[in-house]
Write a protein that binds this ligand. Structure first.
Ligand code: FES
Ligand code: MG
Length: 591
């Protein structure tokens, strides 16, 4: 049996005085000395649910079942709050707080008497924040998804989180619905507790936490209100106690092999363009190399199997009934498409031991590999004088567009367009319907000042609707490029996460409305057709801190000072040097 680190607080024979001090206050709400001093693992339940975090709020209930599981297996649960990261509530963007929650959870897990952790994941950035902290501290950890909301319905049709908002915005702009209709149709997509029921960033990241091996098999897709969600919470609590005894750590599970598996699974599920940012960040904190070239190389050729909005038609309950992540992985395994079947997972078994033989129970929701939704459904990683790296999600591009620009690698056709540049979403909203811009279907919309430094935090503002007059003519999307992100629930054919961002002097800082842009998807290039001398002239006119409004809080300033580009996971510079803090011993005594 491994020696528990919590003993260095609660039962340290070499320092009885400090043991008494560490112990006494934890007795004051009724925990006994027997519980704290008899070699029972002390397990953090890293609680992301709160009234401010409705997507994860159901974790307040699930934590009770996690506690039951921990106690039944001989552990001691300690529920601790995590800084809230609510995607739909936090301004200027929840992603500004991913690194803050990460930092604070590192301090919590490292600085308190904890032997293991249950990571209560769910809403978009809560999953990477908690996995990043577990990666840095590297104590045995297991993730538990809160689960998606039930399917939304409106007039007999499924209405999916987020996706319906983008659709309703178009209908509203075109005058098809009024304000009340807008509210009603959007609210129909949130019928219960849980996170977004589409294949947005939440379902993506929770599925990938399972594909990485950090959740029990099948745990990601169970809808939040289902009884099975309570069952798996109990089992997760039981399992973390065994993981502490086995010393099964994040670094044993989240290996390079596990990340390669996750990249492949991301293509098969039609995962969000936020996934490369977050997985690259988690990998970085483990010292595992992973970059956007890996995403294209490992992921692009993988077929899309999961028919969920925004790329398809179904929602979270359907995904669960079709078999969830194990059915996707089982089918990839059978086709020889999962690169590392032997990767270890949180239950102590390999991916293939967990998923071998699993098939789709609803073949219209999770398609067979030989009849997928689409072939080659992964991301492209584009480069050129506009940016060093930007991601394009090919699974949401229209068939006509794919046929013309992507399908024939021997005879590639590039698309060209006229740039229309917006400096932030306020500029976009003020000008998009301005007739003077003369926007037509030859245009490419550019959003800049929306990256990690510029926003700050990199906001999901790159998916821009066309002018209302084009929507009324049936043009529902124009190509968009930006140094911010796009909601995982949006189906826009956008080029996202452009790095370096305009605020860091990236190529987007130099582009001007009217420039011709040339995007060659087959070659993976994206360029302004502007000569280098002119670009240098433009660069000389840039101010010291271009596209960077003033910070409004201390954290915004600290974040801007230290943050890296989206292509590298938007992590804090230097933080990745602190790997495996738990293996380096505990901090000095506090008194
Ligand atoms: Fe929280 Fe989508 S807004 S999961
Ligand atoms: Mg979002």
């Amino acid at each position: 049996m491994t020696k528990l680190r919590s003993r260095l607080w609660f039962n340290n024979p070499d320092n009885r005085e400090m043991t008494a001090l560490y112990l006494e206050r934890y007795l004051n709400y009724g925990i006994t000395r027997e519980e704290l001093q008899s070699d029972k693992p002390i397990i953090a339940i890293a609680q992301t649910g709160s009234d401010l975090s409705p997507c994860n709020r159901h974790h307040l209930e699930l934590a009770k079942r996690v506690r039951d599981g921990i106690i039944s297996a001989g552990g001691v649960p300690m529920e601790v709050p995590v800084h809230p990261i609510q995607e739909t509530g936090k301004r200027p963007t929840a992603s500004l707080d991913r690194n803050l929650a990460y930092l604070s959870l590192v301090e919590t897990l490292n600085g308190y008497p904890l032997d293991g952790a249950v990571l209560m994941i769910g809403c978009d950035k809560t999953t990477p924040a908690l996995l990043m902290a577990a990666a840095t501290v590297n104590i045995p950890s297991i993730a538990l998804s809160v689960g998606p909301m039930l399917n939304g319905w409106f007039k007999g049709e499924r209405t999916g989180s987020g996706t319906i908002v983008w659709k309703a915005r178009e209908m509203h702009a075109a005058g098809e619905i009024d304000d009340a209709g807008f509210m009603e149709i959007v609210a129909s997509s949130t019928p219960s507790v849980g996170y977004c029921n589409t294949m947005g960033t939440a379902t993506t990241m929770n599925s990938l936490a399972e594909a990485l091996g950090m959740q029990l098999p099948g745990a990601a897709a169970i809808p939040a209100p289902y009884r099975q969600r309570g069952h798996v919470s109990y089992e997760t609590g039981q399992r973390i106690v065994a993981m502490v005894h086995e010393d099964l750590k994040p670094s044993d599970i989240m290996t390079r092999e596990a990340f390669e598996n996750a990249v492949v699974v991301n293509s098969a599920i039609g995962g969000s363009t936020n996934a490369p940012i977050h997985l690259n960040a988690v990998a970085r904190h483990l010292g595992v190399p992973l970059d956007n070239d890996d995403w294209q190389r490992l992921g692009h050729h993988v077929p899309l199997l999961v028919n969920l909005q925004p790329a398809g038609e179904y929602l979270g309950e359907d995904y669960y009934h079709a078999g969830g992540v194990p059915a996707v992985i089982g089918q990839l395994l059978a086709a020889g498409l999962l690169p590392h079947p032997g990767a270890m997972t949180a239950n102590g078994r390999t991916v293939s031991e967990n998923c071998e033989g699993r098939v789709s129970e609803l073949p219209d929701v999770i398609k067979p590999v030989d009849a997928p939704m689409m072939r080659d459904a992964g991301f492209l990683n584009l480069k050129g004088n506009l940016f060093d790296s930007a991601i394009m999600k090919t699974s949401v591009i229209s068939k006509a567009f794919r046929d013309r620009y992507l399908s024939d690698p021997d005879d590639p056709e590039a698309f060209e367009g006229r740039a229309v540049v917006f400096d932030g979403p306020e500029d976009f909203h003020a000008k998009i319907d301005d007739e003077a811009l003369d926007i037509d279907d030859d245009c490419i919309l550019i959003m800049r000042g929306a990256g990690p430094i510029g926003y700050p935090g990199a906001a999901e503002v790159v998916n821009m609707r066309p002018p209302a007059r084009l929507i009324r003519k049936g043009i529902h999307a124009l190509p968009c490029i930006g140094d911010g992100r796009q909601s995982g629930t949006s189906g826009s054919p956008s080029i996202l996460n452009a790095s370096p961002e305009a605020a860091a002097g990236g190529g987007l800082a130099l582009v001007r409305t009217g420039d011709r842009l040339r995007i060659d998807l087959a070659k993976g290039t994206a360029n302004m057709l502007v000569d280098d001398a002119e670009l240098e002239r433009r660069r000389a006119t840039l101010p010291d801190h271009p596209f960077t409004p003033d910070s409004q809080t201390p954290w915004q300033e600290i974040f801007r000072d230290r943050v890296g580009p989206l292509s590298e996971g938007m992590t804090l510079r230097g933080a990745d040097a602190y790997r495996g803090t738990a293996q380096k011993g505990v901090a000095r005594d506090n008194h």
